[in-house]
Unconditional design. Structure first.
Length: 250
């Protein structure tokens, strides 16, 4: 009996040591830290959920720009830098447009019906906007609203907002972030979109940048974990998206 106990104790100790010795890639750890409610871990090139679901971290494939957008793994999401310093985005720097669809479907829902089960409505300048409660996105957007509601000079940019819409990205075979209830568009009338000003251009063509959204609005959204589509080379200045992994937030 004592020998059995000793063997069992040794096995458990070795297992604990093995777990402690796992080297977690920096980008995987950044993701884990950004979504504490998910209780993610890393093992054998996988992002692991508490129920045992595993998402490939790095598929090892070399991808061009368009392939990185269309077939992103978790590691690919971090292949670009979210730059808050440049006046205009650098060529093909679209940090945040690349999403691991398997990861986001697992977190927020793999069908429209699954996502809708976790949508709650928040107050937004006279509208009731549906947004996911997963990862506290509704609370973070409410915090944005609380900061903006006393800024009447910014109001015209914020009215007629929209959020959840299960759909594919225009011209691509991947889901829009709006499908997950994590994306938020402010007033279209005061926004700029790369294809509107660069008709006929493709994803890898050189394009002209345009923006009318005040940076005060952008900084408030970013402070609460939302990246801004105006920091993309393929700019979408009405678009904000909860992606705390790029902003050092939890």
């Amino acid at each position: 009996m004592k020998a059995f106990v000793l063997i069992f104790t040794l096995i458990m100790t070795l297992d604990a040591v093995a777990q402690q010795s796992v080297v977690v890639p920096m980008k995987a750890q950044t993701l884990i830290d950004a979504y504490p409610d998910m209780h993610l871990t890393y093992r054998d090139n996988k992002i692991v959920f508490p129920d045992g679901t595993e998402i490939v971290y790095d598929d090892g494939k070399q991808k061009n720009f368009v392939e990185t957008l269309d077939y992103s793994d978790v590691e690919d999401m971090f292949s670009m830098e979210y730059d808050t310093t440049s006046a205009a985005p650098k060529y093909l720097n679209d940090c945040g447009r690349s999403r691991s669809e398997a990861l986001f479907k697992k977190m927020y829902g793999s069908t429209a019906a699954e996502v809708q089960k976790n949508l709650v409505k928040i107050e937004w300048f006279g509208q009731q906007i549906p947004i996911t409660k997963i990862n506290g996105v509704d609370k973070h957007l409410t915090a944005v609203y609380q900061e903006l509601k006393d800024r009447p000079e910014l109001r015209k940019y914020l009215l007629q907002a929209s959020s959840f819409y299960w759909r594919q990205v225009r011209g691509a075979n991947r889901l829009s972030a709006h499908s997950y209830g994590i994306a938020f568009d402010i007033n279209v009338a005061n926004s700029n979109y790369w294809l509107w000003a660069n008709k006929g251009k493709t994803e890898t063509d050189s394009i002209k940048y345009a923006n009318r959204i005040p940076m005060e609005i952008v900084r408030i959204f970013e402070r609460h974990g939302f990246i801004w589509g105006g920091r993309w080379y393929h700019y979408d200045t009405m678009h904000f998206e909860y992606r705390p992994e790029f902003l050092g937030r939890k």
